[in-house]
Write a protein that binds this ligand. Sequence first.
Ligand SMILES: Cc1cc2nc3c(=O)[nH]c(=O)nc-3n(C[C@H](O)[C@H](O)[C@H](O)COP(=O)(O)O)c2cc1C
Length: 170
Amino acid sequence: MSQFKEISPLEITENPFQLIGKDWLLVTAEQNQQCNMMTASWGGVGIMWNKPVAFTFIRPQRHTFGMLENSEYYSLCVLDNRYRDILTFCGTKSGRDVDKIKETGLTVEHIDGVPYFAEAKLVLVVKKLYAQNMNTESVKEKAVLKNYRADGTDWHKMYINEIVRVLVKE
Ligand SMILES: Cc1cc2nc3c(=O)[nH]c(=O)nc-3n(C[C@H](O)[C@H](O)[C@H](O)COP(=O)(O)O)c2cc1C
C-alpha cells in the first residue's frame, strides 16, 4: 500500500476504454487463502444506484468464477505494458492447472483482506452489488450470438460491483 495513494473514483483521469479494452484488467480474488487472477478485457465503469460501479463479465468455466461467487469483495488491477506477457499468460492459463502467482512472480498484497498486486498502476477494490446470468433469450442483435456456443453453456455472468477503494501508484 505504501507505494500507492488512495483517490476517489471521480479522480480517475485515464480513459476507461483504454484501461479495460486495451491495457486489460486482472480480476483477482481469494478463497481459502488461495489467490487467483484472470485477465479480462470486457467490462465497464459507470454509475448505478447512485454509486460508482465497475461491470465485469465472467464465464462460468473460469476458475476465477467460483472464487468470485464466494467473495463479497475482489479487485481489478491495471498493469502497464511491461507486464503484457503476464496478462496474456493469466488470460490463457487456468488457476485450476497452474499456480499463477508462483508462475508470474507477481506480488500479492491485501487491502481490507482483498488481494491485489503491488505491480499494478491502478487498483479498484470492488464489492459485488448485483449478478445476473446473461442468456440467449435476451439477445436483441443476432451477431452477439457468435460469441457463444450453440448450446449456450458459456454465457457470461454480469457482475455490477461498487468501487469501494481506488489505489494509484505514486
Ligand atoms: C485479453 C483477454 C481478455 C479476456 N477477457 C475475459 C473476460 O472479460 N471475461 C472472461 O470470462 N474471460 C476473459 N478472458 C479469458 C480468461 O482470462 C481465461 O480463460 C483465463 O485462463 C481464466 O483463468 P482461470 O481459469 O484461472 O480463472 C480473457 C482472456 C484474454 C487473453
